[in-house]
Design a protein around this ligand. Sequence first.
Ligand code: NAP
Ligand code: MG
Length: 480
Amino acid sequence: MTKFEYAPAPESTSIVDLKSEYGLFINGKFVAPKGGKTFVTINPANEKILAKVAYASNSDVDKAVIAATEAFKKTWSRTSPSERGKYLYRIARILQERAREFAVLETMDNGKPIRETRDIDIPLAAAHFFYHAGWADKLEFAGVGSNPKPHGVVGQIIPWNFPLLMLAWKVAPALATGNTVVLKPAETTPLTALLFAEVCQQAGLPAGVLNIVTGDGATGAYLVNHPGIQKIAFTGSTQVGKGIARAISGTSKALTLELGGKGANIIYDDAAIDEAVEGIISGIFFNQGHVCCAGSRLLVQESVLDEVTEKLKRRMSLIRVGDPLDKNTDLGAINSKAQLEKIHELANSGDSEGAQRWSPECELPGAGFWFKPTIFSGVAQSHRIAREEIFGPVLSILTFRTPQEAIEKANNTPFGLSAGIWTDKGSKILWTAQRLKAGVIWANTFNKFDPASPFGGYKESGWGREGGRHGLAAYVKVAK
Ligand code: NAP
Ligand code: MG
């Protein structure tokens, strides 16, 4: 039989009105940065410059914090909870209306496939605003304590792997609970946050309730240490998270941290292997593996190792790597040169420490940052690729013989964010889940997200939860 070939199916970029230069969003307006410093954001799939973006100086961050403080005192704390909810509903609906524009822009700035931005990132971001809109006037019934009150001004710092979605995870609960926000997007992916600022204008959100300061790590650090901030919410690396925890210890600031992970995806020998293989694929190759809850450590029961590996290789050969704007693409570009180098460095350590690397045949585009879908077999617990977060499309395969051994290996990590369990037996799912030290555990599925479901980690994966009723608790203080 001749191989079925796909015709190119590129999504048009004409829906996006890309500006050559973007300002900071402070007090309801786009403003030029003091001193005029800018940086560029590129499309990692072709390394072309997309736009110049303002680099917030310390005095710009000060201005944003003042705007958020004034808005908290004079407007937002005097806005009734049901009115707050209406703004959130309005934002959610505008996100839905402009979903295609957001999906294309996110794919251009981040490098992830349009299939994912269109079907996952943007719909879920809108869902977070809908969900939290509903809570705005029902906080007393959320089980977070009686008479819950907002902290005031919240500083939020988000990473590049799900730019708009991480914004939604943070901004929606903060506004629903009555806080005002200063948000810093990641340096490589600021554009959808700036488009979101336009949505806030369109929704008539009062000036200063949301402020966006673009910049780099230094901008984030300045925001963390700002005395005008009452709470910090951070998603990113464990290393930076630890630094933030140190920086604010001894202050009265509240803190939530969503950090790294090294999720175990456990395949028992009684699992439906074909379904499990789909779960392994989604667990590690979704979003190029730039996922803190990725199933990056595969734990396979020894008796089914050969079958799982063979089926996994066959399935990996079907993964389409390339132009993220093509609707048939499964695996897009790596977000940045620095991240690509980090993935290479860790994968090379897998080779030198004695694991066996395998990737399917696939042609990678010439320009841009790319990494083939990759698995390592023969991985030992001591290998770096079994211990460190690679944050790329690289899976480490380990084996186990007994359920007890699976638990011990799965928990043998400083992280504790996610895990997956694949088995035919409900009782085994419960037995395993009770013993795993992971904040999110999926059974016979992987990477399922819902705004009503709390997300967060144990150990070095972070503090606190985002989403659901538990996530609301992080944004309120309860009067004593
Ligand atoms: P990162 O350095 O922790 O960056 C996350 C956010 O924090 C970005 O907005 C970053 O700004 C900002 N930031 C950097 N240094 C800061 C500081 N000292 N104080 C306050 N904010 C600071 O993470 P990354 O460089 O994007 O990725 C590195 C690793 O982090 C990845 O390889 C992965 O292991 C992990 N990661 C985890 C998640 C997750 O969801 N848990 C997400 C992304 C990355 P700039 O980007 O502008 O520098
Ligand atoms: Mg970019």
